[in-house]
Write a protein that binds this ligand. Structure first.
Ligand SMILES: Cc1ncc(COP(=O)(O)O)c(C=O)c1O
Length: 401
């Protein structure tokens, strides 16, 4: 049945660059044709190939409630009837912003945008506008979307941007200190508080604390990109868990309940620089889209259910115990990195991931299709899903030796 995906991929390539609308979907990192999805529900995706897969990619982490949650879908259906975009303010945007700012107190005021890329780009622009400085410190292991500054040095991005971007190593505070002390033109340091785009890298506690201290000392802003971590482990962001207060924060993925909705925000004083109050320009035709905001509001309401995160985290822990055992007995050079409901198999020999991925796919388990990407668990994953997956992992690992 894999031939169906190959045929659909060939057809897609005729009209869509690379056959996909975002590169990593193409399975380039694991080989073969991507699974073309027909529909999805709960923890499962249903392929055009007639197969059902337990999904651990979950639209790259956007679906903490799983696919097509009934209540979110109903809300969206109602919203669509009322018009799909107004380009004018609505009460629900204020309500959404109120809930976000309450859950993530460092975000005193926010602005809604349509993607994580937009949130990160806009946060950095706000930081520059506020500080009247130009440069940016980022970390090689982090991803902040495809804005020019985040891809400095890459093809298609003006070469002169590289002068304004310092690309340092995650968890290496001494590099940040050196950069900040030598260059007084650094507007901000942007970081994923847990780096989830180069496998799964946890921060040393002293790293995040150190970033906060150094940015205050050298008058640069600290931007937390919480597009992945926001609302993933608690009703709030990783900053709530780590007890660090950044100046600006970016959120995306989960808060949109599967719709194009993201936001950035922070100290009132900084947000006041944005047009129309200030003169740092930032805008969007579909920003605060009413259908997306309704989906987001309903999602937040469901996430607030007492015990939601405890149940999800406990379920994930039990699952990891089984996976740890599978890893241990396999004798394969692999370890399981995890934090709350996100995890990543880190193979010593990266090539082994490809085989592992395809072995699992043939057992009906769909991991994020790249060794660098993390996998996610949703509230829709049942004990049976997790048990079946642990069995499949044991089998797939046994085939690697
Ligand atoms: C930490 C982080 N920031 C920003 C982005 C970009 O978000 P989007 O793909 O919605 O533009 C991503 C996407 O994966 C991300 O993981």
């Amino acid at each position: 049945m894999a031939e169906i995906n190959e045929r659909l991929f060939r057809e897609a390539k005729k009209y869509i660059a690379g056959g996909v609308n975002s590169p990593v979907r193409s399975f380039k990192a694991v080989g073969g044709a991507p699974v073309f999805v027909k529909k999805a529900s709960g923890s499962k995706i249903f392929g055009e190939d007639g197969k059902t897969y337990i999904d651990y990619c979950l639209s790259w982490g956007a679906l903490l409630l799983g696919h097509a949650h009934r209540d979110v879908s109903l809300e969206v259906k109602k919203a669509v009837e009322k018009g799909t975009s107004y380009g004018a303010p609505t009460k629900i945007e204020t309500e959404f912003a109120r809930r976000i700012t309450k859950a993530v107190p460092s975000m005193e005021r926010i602005r809604l945008v349509s993607s994580g890329t937009e949130a990160a780009m806009s946060a950095v622009r706000a930081a520059r506008g506020y500080s009247k400085k130009n440069k940016l410190i980022k970390f090689k292991e982090c991803y902040h979307g495809h804005g020019d500054y985040f891809l400095a040095g890459k093809r298609g991005v003006p070469e002169n941007l590289s002068r304004d971007v310092l690309n340092l190593d995650y968890n290496k505070l001494e590099q940040v200190e050196l950069a900040l002390s030598e260059d007084r033109d650094i507007a901000c340091v942007i970081v994923e508080p847990i780096a989830a785009n180069s496998g799964l890298l946890l921060p040393q506690k002293s790293f995040l604390e150190g970033l906060r201290k150094l940015t205050l000392r050298y008058k640069a802003l600290l931007v937390f990109d919480e597009v992945i971590t926001g609302f993933r482990f608690c009703f709030g962001a990783a900053q709530n868990v780590f007890g660090i207060i950044p100046d600006l924060t970016c959120l995306g993925k989960i808060i949109g309940g599967g719709f194009p909705l993201a936001c950035f925000g922070g100290k009132d004083e900084i947000m006041r620089c944005l047009a129309p109050e200030g003169n740092v320009y930032q805008a969007g035709t579909l920003s605060g889209n009413p259908v997306a905001v309704r989906a987001g509001l309903k999602t937040l309401e469901l996430l607030k259910t007492p015990g939601f995160y405890k149940k999800l985290n406990d379920k994930s822990e039990l699952f990891y115990r089984r996976l740890d055992k599978a890893v241990e007995t396999s004798g394969v050079g692999v370890c399981l990195n995890r934090f709350g409901p996100m995890f990543n198999f880190c193979f010593r020999d990266k090539l082994k991931f490809k085989k592992f991925f395809h072995q699992l796919l043939s057992c009906g388990v769909y991991l994020s299709p790249s060794a660098d990407e993390v996998c996610f668990i949703s509230s829709a994953h049942s004990d049976k899903d997790l048990n079946d997956t642990a069995n499949a992992v044991t089998y797939a690992l046994s085939r690697l030796n």
